[in-house]
Ligand binder design. Sequence first.
Ligand SMILES: [Fe+2]
Length: 261
Amino acid sequence: MNILSKLFGRSKGKEEAAEQSFPIVADWSFLHTDMHSHLIPGIDDGAQTVDDSIMLVEKLQSMGFKSLVTTPHIKSDHYPNTAAIIQQGLKDLRLALAERNINIPVHAAAEYYIDDHFMDLLEAKDLLTVTENQVLVEISFLVEPISFHDILFKMQMAGYRPILAHPERYGFYHGKPDAYRELKNRGCLLQLNTLALTGYYGKPVKQAAEKNLKDGLYSYCGTDMHHIKHADVIYNMMSSGILGELQRYPFLNSKLQQGLL
Ligand SMILES: [Fe+2]
């Protein structure tokens, strides 16, 4: 029985165990859409050149993804991107893909770091959405923002639905078993980074991700792909047996195609 079988709490008969001793799925196509990545060249810490972007998109396509929502950072101190910069970058990326006959729908939103600039954009209701009213946000890895729950409430009062990126990576939540459920109960959707399940970010992050899966707290799964190293680890997950279990989880990713395509 692999780790995720244990997580999902099923015991298997001999026949089922034999059937699941090999990966059930060969790729990530069960998700359909990857909704967290950094593929637009030169505007954040993801792809730096058009060639990087093309290589990463081709990797995602080869893994079975059918559609992409890329989410450049918007963080006033480090990545002062705007909707206009992202839209122009998306246009350029689509053109580069078309020139190479790479056919995969690519859309863009953003991964907003919660800071004063974000609060200004929220006030102006000027946020890019992953789909409909859903906005991908991230927070400091060191400390929960002051009044984070109030900020989540403000977002919802403004008509947005927050998606918290990679909640398993925030170490300050690891010792607080109820923190994730509380976020979910407050209307915040939670997005798993696939890499977390490999131990890429360390054991405590892996354990937090596994616990959140077991507790059924995630709504989305994203690669958070920045560079080739991420691509290789996510590619190798396809032969690890993890995907066979993960595909049973009710992620909303496949629903995104309805709103986007
Ligand atoms: Fe990200």
